[in-house]
Design a protein around this ligand. Structure first.
Ligand code: BES
Ligand code: ZN
Length: 461
């Protein structure tokens, strides 16, 4: 039996044990956005480092100003072999609204789904399950071969879901330790249940919070209504004006630098047969709400967008309260594509809001991140090798795709470490990441492990 087959066999034999380890990881509520879970973030980092040490990595959690990073090395000692950096994140999104979960978010369960068994828990797919596919692949190879086919550094972040404030300083301070030939990122999805994918384009993001203030206190709406400025009304008008009738964003200069898809790429995508109606139908929608004249696939991957992610102001409790609030606020995010500059979009938004303010109103702004869209080469030798390895596992060629989500670390690694990433993941569109009842299919986990076994061997060639 070849080495690859032996390692694949070991991975198959160990699947139940691999799952048990994933459950342990999922039981730690490492919610990075909520300071009440700081201790759990530390625990998750320690758990990951201990798990890596257990398979022979030299690994430890590293202190930062925020949640710890985890860095581990496993070197072959053989000169000339490629050195890969693997990136993933151990932090998860807050689980709320809790009442919409069918089971407890941090008590992973294996349930039957329409396409086989699934693991349900916060982080099952984003990103603990995906991280564990790589670690378990390393375990299987180390068990059967004693060493990995390439030098591997594993780097796990604990603040990915909450604006990564320690990331850039950490990359700068540990540049020598983290620099490798290229990075493998496991935080994206498959094309569909049976087709792997390699993501080479990701949208960027500008995330702004705006607070509009008017009167010095909340007012009785009978006594002051009519004469007093209402910040909720002002905010609503501004937010409503961010899009025109054709679904285009109205900020001046917003589309500057945005290019249309090359005809050839468009044709390739059309050949993939993405069903926009089915995509919307799965979440109870029918009519695409983005820019007129663009396909759903374009709208969710290569067109820039603006979304209001949250809005507050005034009385939110039970029953009626006649009040004019002193302030109202909104969280607004822009997904950016190639050609757009985050700083310009941020400035255009702030300017748009400020210029729209009537007398007696002022606006305050908070930034929750600004990062440009990312493109990595589509024709690099590691990509070709990984693609061949994926084809062996899945029996299908992985298309090179764009994803609407954002993984800013890919850009930071290009800029600071000077390395490109290969983005390969096994999540599915309906994994409900960031939502209640997040799941990872057992098949994603199992074939994810097997895929990495093959990819690591292919990269050594
Ligand atoms: N895993 C996602 C990114 C992703 C989502 C990739 C969907 C491909 C498809 C990641 O954990 C995430 O949610 N990122 C945030 C980044 C933001 C907080 C800067 C996102 O995209 O909203
Ligand atoms: Zn993620």
């Amino acid at each position: 039996m070849s080495q690859i087959l032996k390692a694949l066999d070991a991975a198959d034999q160990a699947l139940d044990a691999s799952l048990d380890r994933l459950y342990e990881f999922l039981r730690i509520p490492s919610i990075s956005a909520d300071s009440a879970y700081e201790g759990d973030c530390r625990k998750a980092a320690e758990w990951a480092a201990a798990t890596l040490r257990d398979i022979g990595f030299d690994a430890s959690p590293r202190k930062t100003i925020g949640h710890p990073m985890v860095v581990g090395h496993k070197r072959t000692g053989r000169p000339g072999v490629p050195h890969v950096l693997f990136y993933g994140h151990y932090d998860v999104q807050p689980p709320d609204p809790l009442e919409l979960w069918n089971t407890k978010p941090f008590e992973p369960v294996r349930v039957k789904g329409p396409h086989g068994d699934m693991i349900v828990a916060r982080g099952a797919s984003d990103d603990k399950g995906q991280v564990m596919t790589f670690i378990e692949a390393c375990r299987a190879i180390l068990k059967t071969e004693g060493e990995l086919p390439v030098d591997v550094t594993i780097f796990l972040e604990g603040e990915e879901e909450s604006s990564s404030r320690s990331l850039v300083p950490f990359l700068r301070e540990n540049k020598d330790e983290l620099t490798a030939d290229f990075c493998l990122v496991c935080d994206t999805g498959l094309w569909d249940r049976d087709t792997p994918a390699i993501t080479t384009m990701l949208r960027g993001i500008v995330y702004e919070e705006v607070i509009i203030k008017a009167a010095s206190r909340d007012l009785h709406s009978g006594m002051y209504g009519g004469a007093a400025q209402n910040p909720i009304r002002v905010l609503s008008k501004i937010l409503a004006a961010l899009h025109d009738e054709d679904g285009r964003v109205t900020l001046p200069g917003f589309y500057d630098g945005v290019k249309d898809l090359p005809a050839q790429v468009k044709a390739e995508w059309e050949a993939l047969g993405f069903d926009g109606e089915a995509f919307l139908g799965e979440v109870g929608l029918k009519v695409p709400a983005g820019e007129t004249g663009r396909t759903v696939l374009e709208q969710i991957t290569v067109r820039p967008t603006c979304d209001v992610n949250g809005i507050t102001g005034g009385y939110q409790g039970e029953g009626a309260k006649t009040v004019i609030a002193a302030q109202a606020s909104a969280k607004v995010s822009f997904r950016l594509v190639a050609g757009q500059e985050p700083a310009k979009v941020q400035a255009a938004f702030r300017d748009f809001v400020t210029r729209s303010l009537p007398a007696d109103c002022k606006a305050e702004f908070l930034s929750h991140g600004a990062s440009a869209a990312i493109a990595v080469p589509t024709d690099s030798p590691p990509l070709a090798k990984a693609r061949a390895a994926l084809a062996e596992e899945w029996g299908r060629t992985a298309p090179v795709i764009g994803s609407g989500g954002s993984i800013p670390v890919v850009g930071d690694m290009q800029r600071i470490l000077g390395i490109d990433s290969l983005l390969i993941g096994f999540a599915l569109e309906d994994d409900q990441i960031h939502s209640p009842n997040e799941k990872y299919e057992l098949r994603s986990f199992h074939k994810g492990i097997r895929s990495w076994v093959r990819i690591l061997h292919a990269l050594a060639k």
